[in-house]
Every structure is written in structure tokens, then in C-alpha cells.
Write a protein that binds this ligand. Structure first.
Ligand SMILES: *[C@@H]1O[C@H](CO)[C@@H](O)[C@H](O)[C@H]1NC(C)=O
Ligand SMILES: *[C@@H]1O[C@H](CO)[C@@H](O)[C@H](O)[C@H]1NC(C)=O
Length: 481
């Protein structure tokens, strides 16, 4: 058996579908530049891996395509699937912002010309795009916690600013919102049509790309919502740790993790040669090139089908891209093995998980507030959450990734509540560390809420291996770690 679990098989199938459809579009992506140095035929071949003999999960081009998450494939999703005697009580959605312009420039090259205005005659498109723009232009009367009120409500620069959300990013989240609308509102009636402000909990970091992603999802979810009912909270920390961010041991794990990353990079001589070659092309010291995090910019070129930049010394090409991307995959693999990141993730994700279970417990008691919570966040938010929940096989959060926790009540036993966990539409409930064993001796296709609560209140700290820690505060301040 090639696949170790059903989860892997599901992911692989979903991925394969996406890949077949995406690769048709991207077949001609290989930039002009690679043709010059004779690498093009080889790159072509790598773009379409043989799915049977070459497991797609390790192909760098395939991974990059999934990361771009180009809207085109009608996705199948498992959100909201439950036996008919279950009632949906609350939903907690964590998203990564959609496709964005790079945060860094490759030194001494022209930055990619990407238009961040929203227009109907450009792909990808969503039928609600114009209505979204028009609704956003009327966005007064909403309450945005400072400093959110000073951010633009939708992307609007003809040449994108650094880090700006693109039309692709908006479309990705309009799609997410519409999908959640069909399932949670139309099918499960999570909110009444006259929903009120306190039934939504909305929180975003202070970047325009996260606020705008949150608004696009919200617009897909509740088209033409009443601005006066919207209250967006600001979260200063990418970990969403609110008043509980001080945690020295978490920082120690992070430093060790960064050291591991550094050592792995040093061992990769092909990677080193690639950076040297790219530095020669753009004519800066290798160190400076590496510090400019070129893969961030290259991914933008890749996802937007824009040739990699050239100088009179030559072109950055697909081979450079593949070497760096392959290293990233290798880095993630080692990261899972060495478990330093897991320590960071458990402590980093505790405050937001703790907040989420409190919100779930209140909903389970029958309170009607905050039944839909949306956290608009970053890869550095979702990644620790996934690791902390034990979802080791989960891919690095792609653009517009979504992690969802659903709370259900058994109508036949109203005091019993259960949770389902979904990542990008895949049901991963039984892959979490607190529910792995559960389905082996239960007929219910869900995880008891108590399992999640016990995990967050206690077992998270046991998983840290710091013997004796029974609270977040203890675990964060353990002497002699
Ligand atoms: C990508 O770019 C090539 C060459 O510029 C073009 O022929 C092709 O249609 C583009 N593909 C997509 C999906 O936009
Ligand atoms: C966890 O949640 C409880 C209840 O809301 C709260 O009193 C406590 O301070 C939280 N702890 C942390 C570390 O977030």
C-alpha cells in the first residue's frame, strides 16, 4: 500500500485533481529565459510528473502550484457533513490571506508588473466581484478597531504595492465565503436572516491583505451585509495570543528551530550554488541575495505566469526555483522529525485554542453570541495551529487556506457536543492528536468536545514533554529548558 492512511490518500486524490487541472493551464509557464540555457525541455517534463510512478507530494512544481491555489477547480469540500440528528452550533474559521504581491524585491531587478485593481475582464473572476467593490466603496458606518479604520477595504493599485492582496486573492476568499454560505447558512441555518452584531466574531491582523481577505470572505458569506452590524477587531500578534503572548520557552523553541533550519541549509551545497548563481546574475553579494528571500518574489512570478527576471548577466530560471522549492520541502520534512517546531507550535497556539474552546463552551451552553468566528491571519498563524493540533501531514498553508472547527449538538442526546476539524475542505478530525484513537471505538463520526477541551487545558503541556507542567504559565516559564 502506497499510502499510509486514508487521510494521505484523500489529500493525494484532491491534490491530483487540482494538479491535472492546474498543469493544463501552466504547461507553458517555463519562462523564455530557460530556453536560452537549454533547460527548457527538462523543465517541461518535470511540470507534468507521471502520477503513478512519481508520487506528486515531493515534486516542487506541483507543490508550488498547490500553494498558488489558482481559483478554477470546483473543489469538493466536507464542511458541514454530519448525520441528520446533529445540529450545527458554532463555526470557527481560521484563514490565511489570499494571493498577494511579494513582501521582498529581488535586488537590482525590475519587480513583477502585477495590477492590483479589481476588474471584471481579468482572470480569475468571480460573479460577485463588481458587487463586492461597490459594497466596499460604501463601507462607512462599520466599526473597525484602530488601526484597521485607516486601511483600504479592497486592493486598488495599478502596480501592486508590496504585500498587497491581488484580484486572485479576493476571488479566492469570495469563493471561500460562498462555499461556507451554501453549507452553513443555506443548509444548516447557522444564522437567522436578521442576525445581529454579537453573533459574529471578526478578528484580523493589522495588514491590508488580512483585512481585505476577511471582508471578501464575509461578503461571499453574507452578501450585501449591513455595514452597521460589522465590528472588526484588531489582533496585534500573528499568533493571535491577545493578552497571553509573553512566553519565554516558546521563544527558546523558536531559536532552536531556526538554528536547525540554518544547519540544514548549510548542508545543501546545491542550494548554496544556486544562491551564488542567482547572486552573480543580479550582481549582489550572495548574502544580500539570500537576505532578500528571493523565493517569495519568485513564487509571485510563478503563480502569476510572469517570466522570472533577467539582467545582462542572464536570467533567473525554473531550475533555480526548483532547487529552492525542493529545499523548502526537505526543510518541512526535517521540521516534522525534529519536533522543535512542535514545541513552539504548542505554546504558540495555546492562547487562541483556549479562546476558541471557551467560545465553544459558551455556545454549547446555549448562548447565541459568537456562533460564527472568523480569524483573518497568516501562514505563521495557521502553521503552528496545524502542528499543535497534531496535523503533521498537513501541507504548509497555501494562499487562502482555511482551517475550520465546527461544533455540533446531538439532538438525540442534547447534552453531548462534538467537534469536526477541516483543513481546506478535507475532514481531518481523526488525524488530530486528541482524537486519533477515538473513532476506533466509537460509531459517531465526530470527536467529543471534551477531548478537545482536555487537550487544550492539559494534554498540550504533556505533549511538550516538560514533565510536571500543567498550565500555560508553567510551561512558558520552565527553568532550565
Ligand atoms: C502564460 O504565459 C504564456 C506566455 O506569456 C501565455 O501564452 C499563456 O496563455 C499564459 N497562461 C495563463 C494561464 O495565463
Ligand atoms: C484560557 O481561558 C480561560 C477562560 O476564558 C481564561 O481565564 C484563561 O486566562 C485563558 N488562559 C490562557 C493562557 O489563555
Amino acid at each position: 500500500m502506497l499510502f499510509r492512511s486514508r487521510f494521505l490518500l484523500l489529500l493525494a486524490l484532491a491534490a491530483l485533481l487540482a494538479f491535472v487541472s492546474l498543469s493544463l493551464q501552466f504547461f507553458h509557464l517555463t519562462p523564455v529565459s530557460t530556453a536560452k540555457n537549454g533547460a527548457s525541455s527538462k523543465s517541461r517534463k518535470r511540470v507534468m510528473p507521471e502520477p503513478v510512478t512519481e508520487p506528486p507530494v515531493t515534486d516542487p512544481i506541483y507543490e508550488a502550484l498547490l500553494y498558488c491555489n489558482i481559483p478554477s477547480v470546483a473543489e469538493r469540500s466536507m464542511e458541514g457533513h454530519a448525520p441528520h440528528h446533529f445540529k450545527l452550533v458554532s463555526v470557527h474559521v481560521f484563514i490565511r490571506h489570499g494571493d498577494r504581491y511579494p513582501l521582498y524585491v529581488i535586488p537590482k531587478t525590475k519587480r513583477p508588473e502585477i495590477d492590483c485593481t479589481l476588474v471584471a475582464n481579468r482572470k480569475p473572476y468571480h460573479p460577485k466581484l463588481e458587487a463586492f467593490v461597490s459594497h466596499m466603496s460604501k463601507g462607512s458606518g462599520a466599526s473597525f478597531e484602530s488601526p484597521l479604520h485607516s486601511l483600504p477595504l479592497y486592493p486598488n493599485h495599478p502596480l501592486c504595492e508590496m504585500g498587497e492582496l491581488t484580484q486572485t486573492g479576493i476571488v479566492q476568499h469570495l469563493q471561500n465565503g460562498q462555499l461556507l454560505r451554501d453549507i452553513y447558512l443555506k443548509k444548516h441555518k447557522l444564522l437567522p436572516s436578521d442576525w445581529s452584531t454579537d453573533q459574529l466574531y471578526l478578528e484580523t491582523t493589522g495588514k491590508s491583505r488580512t483585512l481585505q481577505s476577511g471582508l471578501a470572505l464575509l461578503y461571499g458569506f453574507l452578501p450585501d451585509f449591513d455595514w452597521k452590524k460589522i465590528h472588526f477587531r484588531h489582533q496585534p500578534s500573528a499568533l493571535f495570543c491577545s493578552g497571553n503572548c509573553f512566553c519565554p520557552v516558546r521563544n527558546q523553541y523558536l531559536e532552536k528551530e531556526q538554528r536547525r533550519q540554518y544547519l540544514l541549509r548549510l548542508k545543501n551545497s546545491q542550494l548554496e550554488r544556486t544562491y551564488e548563481d542567482m547572486a552573480r546574475i543580479v550582481d549582489v553579494p550572495t548574502k544580500q541575495l539570500r537576505a532578500a528571500n528571493p523565493i517569495d518574489s519568485m513564487l509571485c512570478h510563478f503563480c502569476h505566469n510572469v517570466s522570472f527576471p533577467c539582467t545582462r548577466n542572464g536570467c533567473i530560471d525554473m531550475e533555480h526555483f526548483k532547487v529552492i522549492k525542493t529545499h523548502q520541502i526537505e526543510d518541512e520534512r526535517e521540521r516534522r522529525e525534529k519536533k522543535l517546531y512542535l514545541g513552539y507550535a504548542l505554546l504558540g497556539a495555546h492562547p487562541i485554542l483556549n479562546q476558541t474552546i471557551s467560545r465553544m463552551q459558551r455556545a454549547a451552553e446555549g448562548r447565541k453570541e459568537e456562533v460564527f468566528a472568523l480569524y483573518s491571519a497568516h501562514d505563521v498563524t495557521l502553521s503552528p495551529l496545524l502542528s499543535a493540533l497534531g496535523l503533521m501531514e498537513a501541507r504548509f498553508p497555501r494562499f487562502a487556506a482555511r482551517l475550520i472547527l465546527e461544533l455540533w449538538q446531538d439532538k438525540e442526546k442534547p447534552s453531548e457536543h462534538s467537534v469536526r476539524i477541516l483543513y481546506n475542505g478535507v475532514d481531518v478530525t481523526f488525524h488530530t492528536s486528541f482524537c486519533q484513537d477515538h473513532h476506533k471505538h466509537s460509531s459517531k463520526p465526530m470527536c467529543p468536545l471534551e477531548n478537545l477541551v482536555r487537550f487544550v487545558k492539559k494534554d498540550m503541556f504533556v505533549a511538550l514533554g516538560s514533565s510536571g507542567s500543567t498550565s500555560y504559565y508553567d510551561a512558558c516559564h520552565k527553568e532550565g529548558f
